[in-house]
Ligand binder design. Structure first.
Ligand code: HAM
Length: 525
């Protein structure tokens, strides 16, 4: 007998259920509407991409790519049988080794290599640099094994032993297919799509938005999940005019305003120009200042001095706050172009009536940003209170192999947005049914089915019980479902052609012909 397993959603994931999903729909509908008025069109990129796309754009050293991605190997060519052969080969070493059966093992290795070569030539599998290197190394070791030129200083038995273990390691190192990750964010995908679909041919800039699940293996807590949802937007191509930065921010603020999100606080900063311009000089200064106070910092910040000194500014550690306050500030080190751009963004925000706070410590946790960065917090979220993050990323499309392209965008954490709306009582109450049809008798059932069809066509939400119920029980059920009306259909109603409508809030009843009933309900609801 099968044992009873109680399945549970994976840690950090959850079911979104009614009535909450009605709020999700309202939020998403509002995004479609507001973003549409700013001329944005929806893009739906895939949920998984090559791991490399994320390591190159988000950055291999970032927490997101370094520790939080859900990564797996996938063979784009389907099952070629090579993975199984590879597994067999690894097991065969265990079987043959130490039993003077090396020649059997080596024959299998030779066969394996020849098979891969054949499949590559027949284009049954795609080549990749790692596979080519594994093949080259393995072929060399196999050739060494058969000749006496490798390490002539060693005795033949030891020589073979050394080569055998090398061959074994090389067999281990083979891997087929591509490394793929569930997307931890979508900016990289949108840039990839921009390049792949030649969107630089379209009128610039191209304005796109997306919504959907993202995946990060973070420690789950309130407002932090492993599958979470983002609503994001990106502007690609055209110029880097500060008015674009300001309009993107204005759009997200308009969206929050429309939803009546409470306690909205917009923080902005400029982190300068990447790599060879003002940022590099600033990072050098920051690093030097951090080295001086290194022993007063916690282990995370100490590590970041080497890997990503800007991220130290992000630290929430109480003990580090006093030290961070003394560090050099990027605003004092921006080059002239970046300083002018930043000043213009602020001016453009003011022209739009967008209220902001400057926050020199806002650096963001993804590598692709430059110049404008921003973050929005909202009420009722505890420590995970960032409900939106974004910024400019002018070099990213080029980094991914596309033409030089300007870019800016943001992503809203939809889970947190919903949480905040719920906490401030902005969530809609449970939607009850409009009409519960209480029917009794076969003839009434046929009429009830027809009535349900007509009412639903007119847009009412209708509950039609599948089996006959006593009227008393039916009315109780209607009440539990929060129905506004009960339509009572028994033999009398059907023969008279007059239907009884009961208003559940006050218990009043009235009789209507079928057409009158529709007119009456349309007026009431
Ligand atoms: P991000 O700051 O990594 O930026 O994420 C944006 C927002 O997603 C966060 O502010 C937060 O609300 C939400 N979020 C992130 N991780 C989680 C999680 N584990 N659970 C719940 N919510 C989460 C980006 O993703 C960039 N792609 C934004 C962007 C678009 N920049 C330019 N364009």
């Amino acid at each position: 007998m099968a044992t009873k397993t109680k399945f549970q959603a994976i840690r950090g994931t959850r079911d979104l259920l009614p009535p909450e999903t009605a709020l999700w729909n309202r939020v998403e509908q509002t995004a479609h509407e507001v973003f549409g008025t700013f001329g944005f069109g929806e893009i739906r990129p895939p949920i998984f991409e090559l791991t490399d796309l994320f390591s190159r754009s988000v950055g291999a050293e970032t927490d997101i790519v370094d520790k939080e991605m859900y990564t797996f190997r996938d063979n784009p060519d389907g099952n070629t049988g090579l993975e199984d052969r590879h597994d067999d080969l690894r097991r065969s070493y265990e079987r043959h080794a130490g039993r003077d059966e090396e020649s059997l093992y080596l024959a299998s290795v030779h066969n394996f290599v020849n098979d891969i070569r054949r499949k590559l030539e027949a284009r049954e599998i795609v080549s990749n640099p790692a596979l080519e290197m594994s093949l080259r190394n393995l072929k060399k070791s196999l050739a060494d094994y058969d000749s006496s030129e490798f390490r002539p200083d060693l005795k033949p038995a030891l020589r073979k032993q050394v080569l055998m273990s090398e061959i074994r390691l090389q067999v281990e190192s083979f891997s087929f297919g591509e490394e793929i990750s569930l997307r931890p964010e979508a900016t990289a995908s949108v840039c990839r799509a921009y390049i792949e679909n030649n969107m630089q041919q379209l009128p610039q800039p191209v304005k796109l938005y997306y919504m959907g699940p993202m995946f990060r293996r973070e420690r789950p807590q309130k407002g932090r999940y492993r599958q979470f949802y983002q609503i994001g937007a990106e502007v690609l191509g055209g110029s880097d005019a500060p008015a674009i930065d300001a309009e993107v921010i204005e759009m997200v603020m308009t969206f929050f305003d429309r939803l009546e999100l409470q306690g909205v606080q917009l923080d902005i900063n400029s982190i300068g120009h990447s790599a060879d311009n003002c940022r590099r000089a600033y990072v050098e200064k920051l690093k030097a200042a951090l080295e001086n106070v290194k022993d007063k910092l916690g282990p995370d910040s100490q590590r970041r001095i080497e890997t990503n000194p800007l991220r130290v500014l992000d630290s929430k550690l109480e003990s580090e706050q006093g030290i961070i306050a003394t560090l050099p500030r990027i605003a004092d080190h921006l080059c002239e172009d970046c300083a002018t751009h930043y000043a213009a963004v602020k001016h453009q925000l003011e022209m739009r009536g967008v209220i902001y706070r400057e926050n020199w410590r806002l650096v963001r946790g993804l590598d692709y940003y430059m110049r404008t960065t921003f973050e929005i917090t909202a009420q009722g979220l505890g420590s995970q209170n960032a409900v939106c993050g974004g910024g400019r990323y002018d070099g990213l499309v080029e980094l991914l192999g596309g033409p030089p392209t300007k870019g800016i965008g943001f992503a809203i954490g939809e889970d947190r947005l919903i949480l905040s709306l719920q906490e401030s009582g902005k969530a809609p109450a449970q939607q009850g049914r409009d009409v519960y049809i209480a029917w009794m008798g076969e003839r009434a059932h046929a009429t009830a089915i027809r009535a349900a069809k007509d009412l639903r066509k007119a847009g009412f939400s209708v509950e039609l019980p599948p089996v006959e119920q006593k009227f008393g029980k039916a009315l109780g059920q209607a009440d539990k479902l929060g129905a506004k009306y009960a339509l009572i259909l028994g033999d009398n109603e059907v023969s008279e052609g007059l239907w009884t409508l009961k208003t559940l809030a006050d218990g009043s009843q009235a009789k209507f012909t079928e057409p009158d009933l529709l007119v009456h309900l349309k007026k009431q609801l």
